[in-house]
Design a protein around this ligand. Structure first.
Ligand code: PFF
Length: 451
């Protein structure tokens, strides 16, 4: 297959910029906000182990496949899949992988922006000293008051969506890449600081064993689905975000090593967030299963008890917002890139449409925390349903189809030439995972978990 050497959207200047951008996409609310609270809801250690297992055995191999497909097609995921399938004389329905991904990305963007809005609002709450001298109770009340106020939620949702689209409309690399280069390391430093604090609390042992003690009795079919879904969500897999970024990757870069770096960084941030949060939960007699508010109720408490906590707390939520920002642009990128390629519209126009529509849908998520909190579908609110449908069903299904496509439909020689893995044993192992382990594993988990 003759890969183009370039894409109309540009290329990353080198391997590191790809790692930076892909890490920017992977590290986001999924690591800092979602991982700790779903771990709490699903009973801790056993869930973490299944999650790690899914990352290594399914997530990373699918990520290599996704980047490889992107680079082979050099276009938006929808057009990449169409082009690669055409090259191989396969049915054009394979473009469905790109379509489903684009829809999933759009749906996720709609609620991601609302949650990122919480982080934005916390920058000002923290900065204004709202948490000085906070207790578990008062911290819960501040968060409760935010959720109960649709106007406030909507304002932050709007601001975050505008920020996201402003970047996507300009093309990805210009400003954000530079910002992430400074902000990501800072995020690490702050997380380490929080870890240090967590270590000094009485709850550390309890927090640690909650995260790492394996108790199989706590695992349910649904929690395994959630673990698998989160492995996809946190690595930005299954919807084409990483495929879109792969399309801008220089041709001579080895994909395997690059992907590994992204996967390790992503996992380390999630575990660090968990290790920072649970000790504080236990030391303050809070509930690990508190749900989506966990991060927003525990960390302000920790900061309120530290010297200069207001400054560090404010900085922390700025960084959470940045991490979310660099992820949300990758949610919009596949759809926007497709519109630019296929509809001939400008990035600004495409971005405005995508952003506006996702913003409208986001209003459903805003309301699901207040006026519509009793409106449920199979026990799930609007937000819960969207989250479950996208992360736990659409992304794994997208991953399954990608694995089948690369494992079964592409010729080994083409795959080998594109992926540039120098170790033949690793290459064979990867192909076997894509052919058998990933599709069977994903199908099995989905089938059992959704009964
Ligand atoms: N990986 C991001 C996070 O963990 O917050 C969320 C995400 C971004 C999911 C991009 C999917 C995606 F395509």
């Amino acid at each position: 297959m003759a890969a183009e050497q370039s894409s109309i959207h540009g290329l990353w200047r080198n391997r590191w910029l790809f790692i930076l951008a892909a890490t920017g996409s992977a590290v986001g609310l999924g690591n800092i906000w979602k991982f700790p609270y779903i771990t709490g809801e699903n009973g801790g250690g056993a869930f973490v182990l299944v999650y790690l297992f899914c990352i290594c055995l399914i997530g990373l191999p699918v990520m290599v496949a996704e980047v490889m497909l992107g680079r082979a097609g050099r276009q938006s995921p929808i057009n990449t899949m169409t082009a690669v399938a055409k090259d191989l004389r396969l049915h054009r329905d394979w473009a469905g992988i790109g379509w489903m991904g684009a829809i999933a990305g759009f749906l996720i963007l709609s609620f991601y922006s609302v949650i990122a809005g919480w982080a934005l609002s916390y920058i000002f709450k923290m900065g204004g000293g709202a948490f000085e001298g906070a207790t578990a109770e008062s911290s819960g009340e501040i968060f409760g008051a935010l959720l109960a106020n649709p106007g406030e939620l909507l304002t932050w949702h709007t601001i975050f969506m505008v920020l996201t689209i402003a970047v996507v409309a300009r093309g990805v690399n210009a400003g954000l890449e530079k910002a992430i280069r400074i902000l990501m390391p800072l995020l690490f430093v702050l997380l380490i600081m929080l870890l240090g604090y967590a270590l000094s609390t009485d709850g550390f042992d309890q927090g640690f064993s909650f995260l790492f003690n394996f108790d199989a009795s706590k695992l349910t079919g649904e929690s395994v689905v959630v673990a698998l879904g989160h492995a996809f969500f946190t690595l930005s897999l299954g919807l084409g975000a990483i495929m879109a970024y792969g399309a801008y990757m220089p041709s001579d870069v080895s994909i395997g090593k690059t992907v590994l770096a992204v996967g390790v960084l992503d996992t380390v941030v999630a575990l660090a967030a968990g290790l920072a949060i649970f000790p504080i939960v236990f030391a303050n007699g809070m509930e690990p299963g508190a749900g989506p508010g966990l991060l927003f109720q525990t960390l302000p408490l920790a900061f309120s008890q530290m010297p200069a906590g207001t400054v560090f707390g404010t900085l922390f939520f700025i960084l959470v917002a940045f991490a979310a920002w660099s992820s949300s642009i990758s949610l919009a990128e596949p759809v926007v890139a497709w519109a630019v390629e296929s509809k001939g519209v400008s990035r600004i126009k495409a971005g405005a449409w995508v952003g506006f529509s996702a913003w409208i849908l986001g209003i459903g998520t805003v309301l699901s925390f207040n006026h519509w909190s009793d409106v449920t579908f199979m026990g799930k609110t609007f937000f819960d349903s969207l989250d479950f449908l996208t992360a736990n069903i659409m992304l794994p299904l997208g991953g399954l189809m990608i694995a089948v496509f690369v494992g079964w439909k592409m010729k080994e020689a083409d795959v080998m030439a594109e992926v540039k893995m120098s170790n033949p044993v690793l290459f064979e192992a990867w192909r076997l995972i894509l052919k058998y382990v990933a599709p069977v594993g994903i199908a099995f988990v989905l089938w059992n978990g959704l009964q």
